[in-house]
Design a protein around this ligand. Structure first.
Ligand code: FA5
Length: 353
């Protein structure tokens, strides 16, 4: 019977050599280690073996079983390793190829301009004041000296959040400009010390919304940066000096600019600031509508009624304010001819900045 066990082992190991894949290996296991395999039959036959021979044969059968199980495991490992090797050969990694460049994110051109503008005004001692985008008619218009139904409101077509029927003449709207922040800021500062309100020197950046026809120079949603300085002896000369310095720092020392009389209900006198057209150098072209100049902001001396509404006594305080469009300024800086590029999300445009 020991010879028989030796024979079983030899045959099993030789047929294991021929096994090439997992399926054949599974079949081999059933045939040589399964319930009905010749090896298992010898365990059953032990019953008929004389008692004194039984331990030796039992031991021999167990040794064969262990040998076959160990060979099975070794074959299984070898097949797995061969499969990994085969897949690696198929994938074929060329470590000498140059790596793919990692794309770096960048700031939107308008954001870059806004940060430059913050820097210029920070150097002049202005602080940033953030005001709300959803406003009331009262703050967006009335407290800024736009009387109800005044035609000046039509300069800024408004997007309303509610119809205003329940709120009478004070509907909720999306701010059409950053100027309502002037009132919020002055009220906050003057509330701290109503008899002797502190001077104000702030810029107020943020999104504005207008029900506009979108064109090369007009968007429905755009940024403004408002400026406000209030104190005891502020003059129009301070306004011109501040904005001239801003223009030189932003566009270069050689920039040519001009102030032109204008009208805003919340400033008196009011002006607009133009810089020389970057396309034609002042000769006159289609971009500057043949004038040679491009408008960058509105400004003026804060109207006494607005000072009063902010809690500042107009007999004691004066101030200047301005409001500029960073999208338009970015167009000038980079010679962008269509404002719609900003929201188009075209990678070819954005990756140039
Ligand atoms: C105003 O909005 C005034 N609040 C500015 C102001 C503030 C005047 C303080 C006096 C004192 P205006 O509507 O002109 O003014 O807009 C100011 C700037 O915002 C413009 O010069 C322009 O740069 C930008 N702007 C206005 N409308 C749009 C638009 N639809 N798309 C892009 N930029 C715009």
């Amino acid at each position: 019977m020991l010879d028989q066990l030796e024979q079983i082992k030899r045959e099993a190991l030789s047929s294991l050599e021929a096994v090439q894949d997992d399926e054949a290996l599974a079949q081999w296991k059933v045939a040589h280690l399964g319930r009905s395999s010749p090896l298992m039959a010898t365990f059953d036959d032990l019953r008929d073996v004389p008692k004194e021979e039984r331990p030796a044969i039992g031991r021999g059968a167990n040794q064969v079983k262990q040998a076959l199980e160990a060979s099975y495991e070794a074959k299984s490992d070898a097949l797995r390793a061969a499969a990994v090797l085969q897949s690696l050969e198929k994938e074929h990694l060329d470590v000498t190829l140059p790596g793919r460049p990692v794309l770096r994110g960048r700031l939107h051109p308008t954001t870059q301009t806004m940060r430059r503008i913050y820097g210029v005004f920070a150097e002049m001692g202005f602080q940033i004041y953030l005001s709300r985008e959803v406003e009331t008619d009262e703050y967006n218009f009335q407290l800024l000296n736009f009387p109800p139904h005044h035609p000046a409101r039509e300069m800024q077509d408004t997007l309303f959040v509610d119809s205003g029927t329940e709120r009478g003449d004070n509907p909720i709207l999306l701010r059409t400009h950053t100027s309502p922040g002037q009132i919020h800021a002055m009220r906050e500062f003057s509330a701290a010390n109503p008899d002797d309100p502190p001077p104000v020197r702030i810029i107020l950046p943020g999104m504005c919304y207008r029900y506009e026809q979108v064109t090369t120079r007009h968007e429905m949603q755009f940024n403004q940066i408002e400026g406000l300085a209030v104190g005891e002896h502020i003059t129009f000369g301070d306004l011109k000096g501040t904005l001239s310095d801003f223009a030189r720092r932003m566009f270069g020392q050689q920039v040519r600019y001009r102030f032109r009389a204008s009208h805003f209900p919340f400033t008196e006198p009011s002006a607009e600031m133009d810089i020389e057209c970057f396309v034609c150098g002042g000769e006159g072209c289609s971009v500057c509508k043949r004038t040679g100049w491009l408008e960058i902001l509105g400004c003026g001396m804060v109207h006494p009624i607005v000072l009063q509404n902010g809690g500042y006594d107009p007999d004691r305080y004066t101030g200047f304010a301005f409001g500029m469009g960073p999208e338009r300024i970015t167009m000038l800086l980079y010679r962008i001819e269509d404002i719609r590029n900003y929201w188009a999300n075209d990678f070819r445009f954005l990756e140039q900045f």
